[in-house]
Design a protein around this ligand. Structure first.
Ligand code: SF4
Ligand code: FES
Length: 357
């Protein structure tokens, strides 16, 4: 049985003022001239609501770069969808925030790269930490809850206490501490970004201590660093199980990274209805459920728990999206993970970081 999807990630544009080392967007970014127009997005939002979607996350790139963002939010609001804005904060003004709230925006998630201007420059090649502080104030002033996100890695994990202090001082109600996932551009910088085992253990200790200390005012979440786990994460809750992504050019994917899987032919909202895409398109059916699984997943007692892990990670590391996620200790490809972990814990000097352009 196929469930109705719960969430739509609407990637309005790949254009972004930041150049993050860990960007998980696909390697080939869509240019602005290929972006869906307003009418197409309005139709996608209506079709999503009819399909059963409850939440729309407007993302990118930087979704504030779209002048029709207010119009799209208003349509989602008319369709009684919960709306969330995922933003770098760059370009958010008081006036824009008022317009977004008036259109029906329900929440905003602001990302930071660290606790100071130097970390923003080091990781995102941007000098605009001041703009992030300003955006946090604007979000709170507008009456929206301030949710924050920071991607954690070798270059900022040792400053976790200071990062949490900054988010607390800005009035964040929720902070997602997302250990880097090595997809898309992030995989290119894996050796720059992967922390050592000790560094990660120290970071996790800080997370536990601060979670308890701040329990009365800020919710802290720790997204697991899967290279250090024995078993993979149940990525996306299973392929095409509860949410999907529409990319800036209208291509539809079961997850934000799947565009890199070139062995599947993904559908487009320009030429197909969302209902067909979700219920019947071959790319969405490809890894649904457990029938597609190879061994060792096929005969494993965890197959309904982690669904064989992440298809994008399997593809990125082995070239075959149908293999068991190499993170799993039972995977025949697990050496691809353990070798990377070993390098991160050795004296091998890290290569030069490559910023996303
Ligand atoms: Fe999960 Fe497959 Fe590993 Fe079992 S063998 S734990 S189902 S990834
Ligand atoms: Fe695509 Fe995991 S990121 S399935």
């Amino acid at each position: 049985m196929i469930n109705a999807p719960y969430g739509l990630l609407a990637e309005l544009t790949h254009k972004c003022p930041l150049h993050c080392l860990y960007c998980s967007n696909p390697l080939a970014l869509r240019p602005r001239e290929e972006e869906l127009g307003t009418e197409d997005w309005l139709r996608v939002i209506r079709e999503a609501a009819e399909l059963g979607v409850l939440q729309v996350h407007f993302s990118g790139g930087e979704p504030l770069l779209r002048n029709d963002l207010e119009e799209l939010i208003a349509e989602a609001d008319r369709c009684e969808l919960y709306t969330n804005l995922i933003t770098s904060g760059l370009g958010l003004t008081e006036r824009r925030a008022k317009g977004l709230v008036a259109a029906g925006l329900n929440s905003a998630q602001l990302s930071i790269q660290g606790d100071n201007p130097e970390s923003t420059a080091l990781i995102a090649d941007s000098k605009r930490f001041d703009k992030k502080a300003e955006a946090a104030g604007i979000i709170r002033e507008s009456g929206l809850p301030l949710n924050m996100n920071v991607v954690l890695h070798r270059l900022n994990l040792d400053r976790l206490d200071a990062i949490i202090d900054v988010c607390d001082s800005w009035g964040a109600e929720r902070l997602e501490l997302a250990n880097t996932q090595y997809y898309g551009w992030g995989l290119r910088n894996r050796e720059v970004l992967m922390p050592s085992r000790e560094q990660l253990a120290r970071g996790e200790e800080v997370y536990r201590r601060r979670k308890e200390e701040l329990a009365d005012r800020m919710e802290l979440l720790w997204i697991l660093p899967d290279y250090y786990e024995r078993y993979p994460k149940p990525c996306m809750g299973g392929w095409a199980h509860s949410s999907f992504t529409v990319a800036p050019d209208g291509m539809a994917y079961p997850c934000p990274v799947a565009a890199d899987i070139d062995s599947l032919k993904f559908p487009s909202v320009r030429t197909a209805a969302l209902e067909w895409i979700w219920m019947e398109s071959p790319a969405f059916q490809a890894f649904r459920g457990t029938d597609w699984m190879p061994d060792p997943c096929r005969s494993c007692s965890r197959k309904e728990i982690d669904f064989g892990g992440c298809r994008c990670q399997a593809f990125a590391l082995t070239g075959d999206a149908a293999r068991t996620d190499p993170v799993c200790v039972h995977s025949p490809d697990h050496h691809l993970i353990s070798d990377a972990v070993e390098r991160a814990n050795s004296d091998t000097p890290a290569p030069e970081p490559v910023f996303r352009r």
